[in-house]
Design a protein around this ligand. Structure first.
Ligand SMILES: *[C@@H]1O[C@H](CO)[C@@H](O)[C@H](O)[C@H]1NC(C)=O
Length: 394
């Protein structure tokens, strides 16, 4: 009896270990195989196809500005690897559609989070990035009242995790990143110049972007990272962000729904220095091209590295009511305007960029006026959401 029991145990044990061996083998095999495949995809995507080209890690690559910059870099022969967490702050299907567009141009976008230090280290192991174009962020001014921590998580914690990876990388990349015109906050001196004080943020979003300017400065100072911060002024265009006014106005006008237009102090109209995406892309590429190099290695600074900040705007603010007039003309529909006083939710009454520094240093020259840019946006919107056959989408 005892003998049989022993035999049964021995037999079961060897059977189980054989089973787990098979499972272990196959699991190990598939994971190492897909790890190699993953690394090949990253390497191929980051491969440079022109002489003295660059290899760029683009964070937020499935985002609005990120997807446009990625395509422009790839088109001129630079290597591009994207990183995006595809979060649902706005409709993720738009991010997935941008991703498909990037894939069709042989750009690989890694799905992952900025705060994943191990993932960042793996990416830098796979490709010796010459540049990082850091566009991933929690955007939007009003959403900060709903979810303040997402701004800290992306714009501060995520930024530091990325800068840590950059300072440890060998060679260190040059970093170009998206700050924001919102750092000018409640300033009244116009146009806004880079040398102006930026200590009156009106929103948590602005405060995290301002913090980013200070944080990147310390990494420049201590570790020799080349840093360029870009203060974008209300970027708009095809594949744009659905949470922005021009986008939601277009949707509501097409659906016959009212739009809410904020009115500033003393009945004044709000105005924005709307900047077309193609102009912004040129500013981003100009920044990468003139970034200079980081000087650190092994995490130690070897000499001073560039630290730059530029306004990228259009220099011609347009009132939001005029934006609506233009949309009405392009859509051949009347908007139902609901005009209300601006609530104290972080919006500022106007923005106006002084871009003479970017003109001088980057050759930045915006050429698209709002009329022309919105025409391109509306044409994209109608075709993307299938309005040509008049099938309402949402
Ligand atoms: C614009 O900025 C430059 C510095 O980049 C400054 O010299 C110039 O005075 C500014 N112009 C205005 C009108 O503020």
């Amino acid at each position: 009896m005892f003998f049989w029991a022993l035999l049964l145990i021995a037999f079961t044990a060897s059977y189980l270990s054989f089973q787990s061996f098979v499972e272990y083998r196959s699991r190990y095999f598939t994971s190492s195989c897909s790890a190699i495949q993953w690394e090949n995809q990253v390497r191929n995507s980051g491969h440079i196809h022109r002489s003295s080209g660059m290899s760029v890690l683009v964070t937020g690559a499935a985002g609005f500005v990120g997807s446009h910059v990625s395509l422009a870099l790839k088109k001129r022969g630079d290597g591009v690897v994207g990183l995006d967490n595809f979060n649902n702050y706005y409709d993720p299907s738009l991010k997935k559609a941008r991703n498909l567009l990037l894939n069709s141009h042989r750009i690989f976008v890694v799905e992952g989070d900025l705060n994943d230090a191990k993932l960042l280290a793996k990416l830098f192991d796979a490709v010796a990035f010459t540049h990082v174009m850091h566009l991933a962020a929690q955007a939007g001014v009003r959403y900060a009242m709903e979810n303040p921590n997402s701004y800290v998580q992306s714009n501060i914690a995520g930024l530091v995790t990325l800068l840590e990876a950059c300072k440890s990388a060998n060679p260190q990349p040059a970093v170009v990143w998206a700050s924001s015109s919102s750092v000018y906050g409640l300033n009244e001196k116009i146009p806004f110049s880079e040398a102006d004080w930026t200590d009156q943020p009106a929103s948590l979003y602005a405060a995290t972007k301002k913090a980013g300017e200070e944080i990147t400065h310390t990494y420049n100072h201590i570790y020799g990272l080349s840093i360029t911060g870009l203060r974008f002024f209300t970027v708009y265009g095809p594949w744009g962000r659905p949470d922005m006014a021009y986008f939601s106005f277009t949707r509501n006008i097409l659906q016959g729904k009212p739009i809410t237009i904020f009115r500033g102090k003393n009945q004044g109209d709000l105005a924005r220095d709307f900047t077309y995406i193609d102009d912004i892309v040129k500013g981003c590429l100009g920044s990468l091209d003139t970034s200079g190099t980081s000087t650190g290695s092994g995490g130690k600074k070897r000499g001073p590295a560039p630290y730059r900040i530029f306004n990228l705007g259009n220099t011609s603010p347009v009132r939001v009511t005029e934006l609506v007039n233009i949309l009405e003309r392009h859509l051949k529909l009347k908007a139902k305007r609901n005009i209300v006083d601006m609530p104290g939710n972080g919006d500022v009454p106007f923005t106006h960029a002084n871009i003479s520094l970017a003109e001088k240093e980057l050759g930045f020259e915006p050429i698209t006026d709002l009329q022309t840019g919105l025409n391109k946006f509306v044409r994209w919107y109608l075709s993307y959401y299938g309005y040509n056959n008049r099938n309402a989408v949402e």
